[in-house]
Design a protein around this ligand. Structure first.
Ligand SMILES: C[S@@+](CC[C@H](N)C(=O)[O-])C[C@H]1O[C@@H](n2cnc3c(N)ncnc32)[C@H](O)[C@@H]1O
Length: 203
């Protein structure tokens, strides 16, 4: 897993801090997908805030993350009988059960090759059910608009260490989804007033 050291340090330090409010994009998602009685897979669940919100609404959640300390946070602050937290690299994804909803919220940005992962995700979904992919909007911090469509790696120095993210245009995600047999059903530019995240719903 890339940027593992960053997430190990982030998870440890967040556990020493007071709990934060639910991130606005996660609040938007929980409002938009107000389900209950469903089986949900959260890929790259991080602190587990979103998994917890779905679990509270009587959904059964399998939440996976590749960072032990992010999962320590999740198990300490967001434990719930309806959630199973699993330490697993998304690139090694192997699960036998099928799901009603799969989420990959700002987690695949750390993974270089997405096609094979999308194919696996498609197979893990029950027929005609939804995959919600959220990634940083490419216009979020663009420095040179003439390089909009050029994929690149962004390395950011933070107090938790260096984090590496793949910058890619929207067509990269959309075309990879289509090539992996997904049918796009909805898109949101979140929040609407400025580019921050792009959310695609597909089935
Ligand atoms: C930016 S955080 C997002 C967390 C959460 N989904 C949210 O939106 O609040 C990205 C998470 O993805 C996890 N992650 C990154 N690459 C991963 C991989 N290859 N396998 C499993 N988890 C990964 C990180 O450990 C981190 O917890």
């Amino acid at each position: 897993m890339q940027s593992k050291k960053f997430y190990e340090s982030l998870g440890k330090s967040k556990l020493k801090e007071p709990r934060e409010r639910l991130d606005p994009k996660n609040a938007f998602l929980i409002k938009r997908y107000s389900l209950s009685g469903k089986k949900i897979l959260d890929l790259g669940c991080g602190k587990g805030d979103l998994s917890y919100e779905f679990a509270k609404r009587k959904n059964e959640v399998v939440a996976i993350d590749g960072s032990e300390s992010m999962l320590d946070y999740a198990k300490t602050r967001n434990s719930h009988p309806n959630i199973q937290y699993v330490l697993l690299d998304i690139e090694e994804l192997k699960l036998k059960q099928k799901f009603d909803l799969i989420l990959a919220i700002n987690s695949l940005v750390h993974i270089k090759t997405l096609g094979p992962i999308f194919v696996k995700i498609h197979k893990l979904l029950k027929k005609d059910l939804k995959f919600i992919l959220c990634f940083p909007h490419p216009l979020q911090d663009i420095e040179d608009i003439n390089n909009y469509s050029k994929e690149k790696i962004i390395r950011t120095e933070t107090k938790y260490g260096v984090v590496k993210q793949y910058y890619r245009p929207i067509e990269f995600y959309i075309n990879n989804l289509i090539q992996s047999n997904f049918r796009l059903t909805k898109a949101y530019e979140f929040p609407a007033r400025k580019p921050d995240f792009f959310i695609v719903e597909s089935q």
